[in-house]
Design a protein. Structure first.
Length: 286
């Protein structure tokens, strides 16, 4: 009886041990499954975080691009307008090329007419420049741009005459009034003074005679002693031998109310305007 009970107890203990082993194995497998599941969850979380980070970066880049596009919009619009202007210019370039020779010819002819209508100072020298331009336009050795550049250069020279003061020595040419001719009839060479385009004068080397060019009468009018001394002072100023100052001299061109007076009053010294040594009319002489 005792033996049977002991055998039963051993069998029960064996069954309990087997059950515990089975439970332990099931627990281990459950833990392993849980661990794998947690790994998958963690892996999914990492991918989600990476996807979110990528999305944030993409949004930031899109915002930067949008801001950049807004900044570039005015530039692009300006470039589009410039390109349109350039296309229009290119479309007209053939017309411009065809019109350029005629326009350059007009500029040279206008230059010649201006010199011929101006006071005749250095006239041969100035007209010689225009003759050179005529030869240049007829030449096939120079490009249109070189021709245009040379025309502009001569025009600038002529325009500078109106702003500059100049002096030189040379023969006395041109018609003279009776008094002017009598005072300087034995002079072979005189000293000239030009103050812009408002006054052109000469004095003899011994300062005994002098004249002012009358643009209205197209002749030299005699200067008195005070005016001759003023011309000589102006020559020293033009030579940088004296400081610039106001010259009280009769003008070659009399202007009233903005209109040049084409009559003999142009040479009257009693009420002629004073002429600035820089070439501009400064004030009326009392």
């Amino acid at each position: 009886m005792l033996i049977g009970l002991a055998a039963f107890s051993l069998a029960a203990a064996a069954n309990d041990a087997a059950a515990q082993d089975s439970l332990s194995q099931a627990s281990i497998q459950a833990q392993q499954a849980q661990a794998k599941l947690q790994q998958r969850i963690d892996s999914a979380d990492d991918k989600t975080r990476q996807a979110l980070q990528t999305l944030r970066q993409a949004n930031q880049q899109a915002a930067r691009l949008e801001s950049y596009n807004q900044e570039l919009a005015p530039v692009v619009e300006s470039q589009a307008k410039r390109l349109a202007t350039q296309r229009q210019a290119l479309a007209q370039i053939s017309v411009t090329r065809e019109a350029l020779p005629g326009e350059m010819r007009k500029m040279v002819e206008q230059l010649r007419q201006m010199i011929q209508a101006d006071m005749p100072f250095l006239r041969q020298e100035r007209l010689a420049r225009v003759d050179d331009l005529d030869k240049l336009l007829a030449s096939d050795q120079a490009s249109p741009s070189d021709k245009l550049k040379q025309i502009y250069s001569v025009w600038r020279t002529e325009l500078d005459y109106g702003r500059e003061m100049d002096q030189w020595s040379g023969p006395l040419d041109g018609a003279q009034s009776a008094e002017s001719s009598r005072n300087s009839q034995y002079t072979r060479e005189v000293d000239f003074l030009r103050v812009g385009r408002s006054g052109w004068y000469y004095v003899t080397p011994d300062d005994r005679a002098g004249g002012v060019w009358s643009d209205a009468d197209q002749q030299w009018e005699a200067l008195n002693g005070d005016d001759i001394r003023e011309v000589r002072r102006g020559i020293r100023i033009a030579e940088d031998q004296s400081a610039p100052s106001l010259l009280h001299l009769p003008a070659s061109v009399r202007v009233e109310n903005g209109v040049a007076m084409a009559n003999s009053e142009n040479s009257a010294a009693a009420d002629a305007p004073a002429t600035d040594a820089t070439g501009a009319n400064a004030e009326d002489q009392g």
